[in-house]
Design a protein around this ligand. Sequence first.
Ligand code: GDP
Ligand code: GDP
Length: 450
Amino acid sequence: MLPVVALVGRPNVGKSTLFNRLTRTRDALVADFPGLTRDRKYGQANYDGFQFIVIDTGGIHGDEEGIDEEMAKQSLLAVDEADVVLFMVDARDGVTVGDQAIAKHLRKQNKKVYLVCNKIDGIDAHSAMADFYSLSLGELYGIAAAHGRGVEQLLEICFKPIAEEYPDVIVPKDVESEDLEHDEIDYDKLPLKLAIVGRPNVGKSTLINRILGEERVVVYDMPGTTRDSVYIPMQRNEREYVLIDTAGVRRRGRIGEAIEKFSVVKTLQAIEDANVVLIVVDARETISDQDLNLIGFALNAGRSIVIAVNKWDGLQNDHKEEIKRELDRRLGFVDFARLHFISALHGTGVGHLFESVEEAYTSATQRISTSKLTQIMEMAQEEHQPPLVSGRRVKLKYAHAGGYNPPRIIIHGNQVKDLPGAYQRYLINYFRKAMGVMGTPIKVEFREPE
Ligand code: GDP
Ligand code: GDP
């Protein structure tokens, strides 16, 4: 589980700037579900070794009335999901009425709030910040989000109290790049953690009930639950699974209610904790940016995926063809993920899902020898030579596995770090085809002689 940090404040104080700095990605998940009236952005932060989920709650003026007030409240609901709230103000504006209103709201909540004065670059920070003590939120933290000044110190302070609760929050900086000892892990003996995710109403609960209702499935007692998802251990065809149920099937009474229960944080946590992510989309609705964002998030997190297009029952043939064309067009970037057309309601195609889940897991965890990887690398190099870098031809020497789940392939050679992204993508695709892996992202990294 990752800690959750919410950014709150008026428009223009610098929330997006800080968000982008923390996540360094354009793949932020934007919550545009029905029932959520304000845009919230969700991203995974990995900043100087600190890992967490960050929410940009969207701008709240603090002086909203009527319907706007309702929307502002919605926006602040994100605070409920957070472990830590960073309340951002603009050091150059001084305290505004809006800041006071937001502060009043935050003081009423039982949350750890840090008051962050942004834009302290190029001004007398001390005197500019002094004003904000009047908000009665305790200590002030000055930063310049645009330049990164003070950000690391801020994180160090706000993560101190929660480090015990989340032992993995700070990851040594070099862990990613080091070759880890994966060979001792026997993936076959571990239960396969399968997260079932998707927008509200796509049919997640129906699908989970269908899976659990199958005769061959043995469901065990539910152990402790984490945050909001329900973990359901089960056995199917000799293999142990843990279903990560983001829809809360076992929690809610009736299927078909609960848009308000949907939580992006819960979904992101479930993806984070899974081996394979089953992304459910609704055949009757065009695939949304939100669906694509979810897929992108899962792949970025290194998770294997399977895509289920649900509600495939009762559709006319030409409608089906049209849907398939649309999916082909929009899902081109994940052509390595299996697509299943299912009806959770009638059970059609549900059993076959597990074949692809197994395949994705095996693809992500199978061992591949150095000689095999080097051989594939050489074939790739022969078919398509690396480009010249500063007048010299880059030479790939050998390849070996740097880890699994997802597979990481380390390629050694001279000047390989200067290879363009296009060549790296070519190698990734080549390895994927040659190794016959489905459903899992692959990473290719380069090493040069010291
Ligand atoms: P948001 O509406 O709260 O998300 O604010 P933005 O992140 O969009 O920032 C609003 C404006 O403030 C933009 O023009 C930013 O470039 C600027 N800004 C953000 N952070 C800083 C900072 O640290 N210093 C200065 N000088 N400007 C900043
Ligand atoms: P969740 O919010 O993703 O858990 O979605 P639910 O499982 O609650 O389903 C939302 C609605 O879609 C309910 O009315 C279901 O009966 C309906 N539904 C789910 N799966 C199917 C399906 O395969 N076909 C059809 N026609 N309707 C479905």
